[in-house]
Write a protein that binds this ligand. Structure first.
Ligand code: HEM
Length: 166
């Protein structure tokens, strides 16, 4: 998929300069992993709270308001480091279908999280009480846990399957 474009990017001066600096990919990949840990931990805290697991010390809206900014910051770091790696090794990303599925999943999950953020802000009292919390809370929590876990698995798999598409 999109091999010609990928080869063009790989042959650009910027990509070639970055390819020659051998430390860039491992450093960027490490930052990618640290950022995904922040995103996943934040997501898990909120999702487990919505599923009724763990501490009920803070209300759902308080937890969402204080935690979600960390999730968005982590996502920005993931986007920047991910784009950097794509710029340096575009062919292995562009030819691998799971790279594109991962990107689609990230976009869908980000939109879902934005919906959650604005809904909780607008209806804090309804979401804070277990008696009135809408059924979508559980659906959102389960979709988030499965969805972000799948993104991690697919991200990890790219490196192992891309050669089959050469
Ligand atoms: C936001 C846009 C993102 C972009 C453009 C992106 C891009 C990339 C790229 C290019 C790689 C290297 C794959 C390879 O060549 O082996 C990668 C690896 C990875 N990504 Fe992402 N990524 C993004 C977001 C995420 C998110 C949100 C997660 C998890 C929540 C994630 C998890 C991973 C994992 C686990 C790896 C493998 C790390 C390793 O093998 O050491 N990525 N990503």
């Amino acid at each position: 998929m999109f091999r010609a474009t990928a080869e063009q990017i790989a042959n650009s001066e910027l990509s070639r300069t970055l390819q020659d600096a051998l430390w860039v990919v491992p450093v960027s990949q490490s930052i990618h992993i640290i950022a995904l840990s922040v995103l996943f931990a934040t997501m898990l805290m909120i999702s487990l709270r919505l599923l009724g697991v763990g501490s009920a010390g803070r209300s759902v809206s308080q937890l969402a308001n204080s935690s979600l900014p960390w999730m968005w910051r982590a996502l920005v770091v993931l986007l920047l480091t991910g784009l950097l790696q794509t710029l340096i090794e575009p062919v292995r990303q562009f030819i691998t279908p799971i790279f594109w599925i991962k990107m689609l999943l990230v976009a869908v999950l980000a939109l879902l999280t934005r919906w959650f953020s604005s809904t909780v802000r607008a209806n804090a009292a309804v979401w804070d009480s277990p008696a009135t919390r809408p059924a979508q809370a559980r659906v959102f929590a389960i979709a988030s846990i499965i969805g972000w876990s799948t993104v991690i698995v697919f991200g990890r798999f790219i490196g192992y399957v891309w050669a089959y598409y050469l």
